[in-house]
Design a binder for this molecule. Sequence first.
Ligand code: SF4
Ligand code: SF4
Length: 227
Amino acid sequence: MKIARRLDALHEIYAVYDNFIKGLTMACKRGCATCCTQNVTMTTLEGYSIFQHLIASGKTGLLKAVHHTVKSKRYQPALTTNELAALCLNGEDPPEEKNDYSSIACPFLCNNECLIYEERPLGCRCFFSAEKCETAACAVVEPFFVTVNTVFLQFVEHIDAGGLFGNMSDVLLFLEPEITQTCHETYSIVGNRVGLSHNRPIPALLAPPEHQMRLEPVLRELSNIPL
Ligand code: SF4
Ligand code: SF4
């Protein structure tokens, strides 16, 4: 699929997701940003979309903060969501994730506001909580919504199969040499890159049986998006 079509599909998935969470009761308010750390993950397609936004809005200078972020230990996932789904399908255990990273602020956070809000990746859109995280000491999310988030992450990975997945800063710095000044029609993924994993198509949805019926309306909407 051409990159323009894949970007359209990405934004359609974002729109379905944003519409889904619009009706939820949550404690999240503008200016609440405890969840905005350097440990966000995303795909290369999402990174490409952020680059398009930075270039179009003359904000490529924000990449300096991204370069600064990679000097500290950050969350680098061992697996993509669809790799995890494939392991579950085979009855295998996932590898242990390292948790020796700090939770310093996201490089795109300024005065508790996101500087790329419209283009933030799905990993950020999935941050919400029924109670203020500062008070509850963590996000409070009903298990069904964890399933919904996971399924959307699977679809976002699916449309970038062959691309890469990892920490937001690692993905952006991987893409930077190719597309700092202009967004080309494509970007190349050559070889392996430390800290990044290869995206893959959905092997099966990570949805427990008790959530499947409730998930159907959202899956119908996703099935209308040409992927
Ligand atoms: S997820 Fe938590 S920290 Fe983030 S906006 Fe919502 S309440 Fe605030
Ligand atoms: S990209 Fe924006 S929404 Fe996502 S963590 Fe950074 S500041 Fe928060």
